[in-house]
Design a binder for this molecule. Structure first.
Ligand code: ATP
Ligand code: MG
Length: 688
């Protein structure tokens, strides 16, 4: 069409342009990292709105809420505010909205509450005890295993016996018991109006496959569905997209099979290959040029992924064909690795690379421990993603549980938490009380042998029930509701967490300002559960005048992002690939893809480091070896850099003793912003 506001042709390359402005229908873009998939999707969104599609009938599905928000903001700045009216979010949050709207068709209370994985495990544990199943983990799966086992059946869309044969062969003989427990679990959730994460997908799928009227209504309100990171959808999610678009087949999905890293949640990159079979006349487009990284970084990425099984071939190339080789940096131990990172980050900052354009990436959250200490010493502000989620912390869950029962008085998982906070109430008593509280005719109320079952807890219980009754969601702002809960909860709280009370107290203080952003309690609870905000990330919010912090992130949480300089730390065998993955069929490939994701986050600089000695609480010091993926990478692709620490020029009593004699403590802890160059590269190469 003529006369468009946005100059799509000028801002996109030919392939991207073709994708962004394609006619409606099913379109899949498969392309490697940094080739502009997300950018193209933003332009597609803008194009659809600009050419007349009602933004409220466009659905944008992404991996986190933040990703959806970013894309909508970018589209809005290209075109106009209409792009903000798109319905964007995660699969889970979108399904949740559909279920609330269509709850009656499913015999569901629209006030249902949501169980996260640990709530689900707790409910399973309770039902397991109640059902009289063996209590010992070697004879019956423990609660966490039960939770992931049942979750597997939903996310991979398969029967319990298939899941058992494939992933839990040691429990196949328990099939009938497990089947029964799964049924009990489903019935219990239904009875108490609780949905776990998997139910959000499963029940939406059920709704749309059983109810044609609803499906057509939904499809009419999803006139075009856009999906980013399609390689990380699972079987149910892929089906859902098809159901959402069943009337018209208008879907644009983008993905990279080489970056599929959520297999443990049932994600299946083969959805990408299935797409052309799922949609009639589906078009598949490829993007080839990488706009993110220098050619030396891409050479490493290409080299790594050449060894993985893939069907869509994509060799990445860049116009930026000069640049430093990625460096592989062995360090004597984790402390030295951390000093290297701290030193380089500070140096790059001095050279003009802002902290927010640098990232330290790692396989697991605890890998960054030494780096965090080092950054603390250097006063370098950082934000950490992929750590403990706010809503996963026990004390936060306690507070939210009170709001949950106010929302859904039948939420047994929330009651369970609340009641066990009362001194003297254990799991068994809690369960009896829950049955009583959530049973309509209260007939299940049991008295103990002494005949004063509830008497002992009466004071606290009365206080609690009064608190809950005093909460009036329609008239009272959420912050006041929260304050009412906190007033009741604080005395119990000190008793429950005597050790780290102050830290937890400060977490609680974060909750009120967060709540202040919401006018709906239901949405607040759902957001906190479905798309949790990381604790440390929360500390950074509002810190606007300060320098934007350095990013520390698990590789998983860095998906889709890009940074001028990337430090991949702990590139060890047993860490990346993880020990656990080695025993899993297909596990190694997934770990390689994870490494690929990490490498392709870097624009200019990439430092891959690892400690040669690992210290563990259990095993003491052990020799560590670098990731097998990095063995045999030619030096023309990955340049080895030797760290030599200069002898101390001054005393440095704040630094821990290093176990390696040649790794001398560094004289850099004077907390100035310009640390001395205490690491040096003997021959050539790195600028430090
Ligand atoms: P990933 O697989 O990591 O999610 P991606 O394919 O989604 O990557 P984008 O994040 O969309 O890639 O793009 C990578 C970078 O390249 C971004 O900074 C983007 O703005 C830039 N870019 C992409 N295409 C172009 C273009 N045609 N002109 C200029 N810059 C571009
Ligand atoms: Mg992307």
């Amino acid at each position: 069409p003529e006369n468009l506001t946005v100059d799509y042709r000028a801002e996109l390359n030919d392939q991207q342009y073709a994708a962004a402005t394609a006619n409606p229908g099913a379109l899949l873009i498969v392309a490697g990292a940094g080739t502009g998939k997300t950018r193209t999707l933003v332009y597609r969104l803008s194009y659809l709105v600009e050419t007349g599609l009602d933004p409220r009938s466009i659905v944008l599905l992404t991996f986190t809420r933040r990703a959806a928000r970013d894309m909508m903001t970018r589209a809005a700045s290209l075109l106009d505010g209409r792009c903000q009216r798109v319905r964007g979010g995660t699969f889970h949050s979108f399904c949740m909205q559909l279920l609330r709207t269509h709850a009656p068709a499913l015999n569901l209370s629209p006030d249902f509450t949501i169980l996260d994985a640990s709530d689900a495990a707790d409910v399973l544990s309770m039902l397991r005890t109640r059902g009289g199943y063996p209590d010992r983990a070697d004879r019956f799966p423990n609660k966490g295993t039960l939770q992931s086992m049942f979750s597997d059946t939903v996310n991979r869309d398969r029967s319990l016996s298939e899941a058992l044969n494939d992933r839990y062969p040691q429990f196949t003989h328990l099939h009938d018991d497990l089947r029964e427990l799964q049924d009990t679990y489903r019935a219990y959730k239904a009875e108490h109006h609780m949905l776990d994460f998997d139910d959000l997908l499963r029940r939406t799928h059920e709704l749309l496959s059983q109810n044609d009227t609803v499906r057509q209504q939904v499809a009419a309100r999803c006139r075009h569905v856009l999906v980013d990171e399609y390689q990380d959808t699972n079987a149910v999610q892929a089906d859902l997209v098809q159901q959402f678009t069943s009337v018209h087949g208008n879907v644009t999905a983008v993905g990279d099979d080489a970056q599929s890293i959520y297999r443990f949640r049932g994600a299946d990159f083969r959805n990408i290959f299935r797409f052309p079979k799922q949609y009639d006349n589906a078009r598949v487009l490829k993007l080839e040029q990488n706009y993110r990284s220098t050619q030396p970084i891409l050479d490493l990425a290409n080299h790594l992924i050449d060894h993985a099984n893939r069907s869509y071939d994509k060799t990445l190339f860049s116009d930026a064909d000069t640049g430093d080789l990625p460096a592989i940096v062995p360090a004597a131990d984790t402390a030295m690795e951390a000093r290297f990172v701290g030193q380089m980050v500070a140096q790059l900052r001095e050279q003009g690379v802002p902290l927010r354009d640098q990232a330290v990436l790692f396989r697991s959250s605890h890998n960054s421990y030494d780096v965090e200490i080092e950054l603390g010493k250097r006063n370098i502000p950082y934000v950490k993603y992929g750590g403990t989620k706010l809503s996963e912390a026990a004390h936060i869950k306690d507070v939210l549980a009170h709001l949950r029962v106010a929302e859904n008085p039948d939420d047994a998982a929330a009651w369970n938490r609340i009641l066990q906070l009362i001194h003297g109430i254990g799991p068994k008593t809690a369960q009896d009380l829950i049955d009583w509280l959530t049973d309509d005719d209260h007939s299940a109320f049991v008295v103990d042998e002494q005949g004063h079952f509830a008497q002992r807890y009466l004071d606290t219980l009365t206080q609690l029930l009064n608190t809950l009754r005093s909460i009036r969601p329609d008239e009272q702002p959420l912050t006041e509701q929260m304050e009412a809960v906190l007033t009741y909860y604080r005395p119990l709280f000190e008793e429950a967490y005597p050790d780290d009370y102050p830290k937890r107290e400060s977490d609680l203080e974060h909750l009120a300002p967060l709540a202040a952003r919401y006018d709906s309690r239901q949405r607040f609870l759902a957001d906190l559960t479905l798309d949790p905000i990381e604790l440390t990330a929360l500390d950074q919010e509002g810190a606007t005048d300060d320098e934007a912090p350095l990013v520390l992130s698990t590789i998983h949480s860095a998906k889709g992002l890009e940074f001028h300089s990337v430090f991949l730390i702990h590139a060890l065998d047993g860490t990346l690939p993880s020990q656990y993955a080695l025993d899993e069929p297909g596990g190694l490939d997934e770990e390689l893809r994870l490494l690929y994701v990490a490498v392709t986050r870097a624009e200019e600089n990439l430092f891959i480091s690892y400690p040669m000695l690992q210290t563990s609480r259990y095993y003491g010091d052990t020799m560590a070896s670098r990731s097998r993926f990095l063995e045999n990478v030619p030096e023309s692709i990955l340049e080895p850099v030797e760290l030599v620490e200069a002898p101390p020029e001054s005393t440095s009593d704040a630094l821990p003793e290093s176990p390696e004699p040649e790794a001398l403590p560094t004289p850099d802890d004077d907390n100035t912003s310009a640390p001395k160059s205490d690491l040096s590269e003997p021959e050539d190469g790195l600028p430090f």
